[in-house]
Design a protein around this ligand. Structure first.
Ligand SMILES: O=C(O)CC1=CCC(=O)O1
Length: 262
């Protein structure tokens, strides 16, 4: 079990793949830990060196008092990459992880050579929506919002199957403070201007049944970046590689190959 002491927080992380492998970083969505990517990894090509981590307030990472700022979440990613020697990496961020990706790309060209913005946007929802969600969690814990969140994460077919159980457990076991902390970071983030200025290879990935960041929203953010690519996965929700791991892996692999990263 690996923990990185980053000064104001300790983050739980994991590295898979050979030491000399092409660096790939995977950043999570709200209410998940890094097991989120477990079913995707076997579909990715060999020879990648993959860094995954639990965001502050999630998984086995420290859970400071909320609220958190997006600046702190970006700094966490930056410090963790420095700590683990990951540089010139392709950074894949899902949802809030995709916001971290945008912040990091604007700040650290040495760390990130290309980015994948998956099921995310420069601005997700409104401050009011996030404040209402935080209030619900403060009152009733993460349990109070679980059904609404799972509806956005997965298709109906997946939700009525047994496969939903570990995801429900992962979400409800997220500390309320961690959930509220990261939700506050999303509420305060509008990256439209910095993301418009990005000049690096970028791929946006959306999914047809995503109830949190629908395809149009992902496309709008992707289109801010000159020369960016966009891919749509059908028949999946906000966490598309859970329902469509092979398809997602193919899209990601094609992008990595196109960048000469593998
Ligand atoms: O919980 C949701 O609605 C999905 C989500 C939004 C931001 C994030 O990271 O996950």
């Amino acid at each position: 079990m690996l923990m990185a002491d980053l000064g104001d927080v300790r983050l739980h992380y994991r590295i898979d793949g050979p030491e000399e492998g092409a660096p790939l970083v995977l950043a999570n969505s709200l209410g998940t830990d890094f097991r989120l990517w477990d079913d995707l990894l076997p579909h990715l090509p060999e020879g990648l060196r993959i860094l995954r981590y639990d965001m502050r307030g999630h998984g086995l990472s420290d859970c400071p008092e909320p609220p958190y700022s997006m600046g702190a979440l970006v700094r966490d990613a930056e410090r963790l990459m420095e700590h683990t020697g990951f540089r010139d990496a392709v950074f894949v961020g899902l949802s809030i992880g995709g916001m971290v990706a945008q912040g990091l790309c604007a700040k650290r060209h040495d760390l990130v050579r290309a980015a994948v913005l998956s099921n995310t946007a420069a601005k997700i929802g409104t401050r009011q929506i996030w404040e209402a969600r935080i209030a619900e969690v403060e009152k009733g814990g993460v349990e109070a919002i679980v059904d609404a969140v799972l509806q956005r994460w997965f298709t109906r077919k997946f939700r009525v199957s047994e496969a939903i159980r570990p995801w429900r457990n992962m979400l409800t076991r997220t500390p309320a403070k961690g959930y509220m902390g990261c939700a506050a970071a999303i509420a305060g983030t509008d990256f439209i201007t910095p993301t418009s200025g990005l000049r690096l290879p970028l791929l946006g990935i959306a999914a047809s049944e995503d109830g949190s960041t629908p395809p149009d929203m992902v496309r709008e953010t992707t289109d801010l970046v000159l020369g960016s690519q966009f891919a749509l996965i059908r028949g999946a929700g906000h966490l598309p590689f859970v329902e469509k791991p092979a398809e997602y892996a193919q899209i990601l692999t094609d992008f990595l190959k196109g960048q000469g990263h593998i």
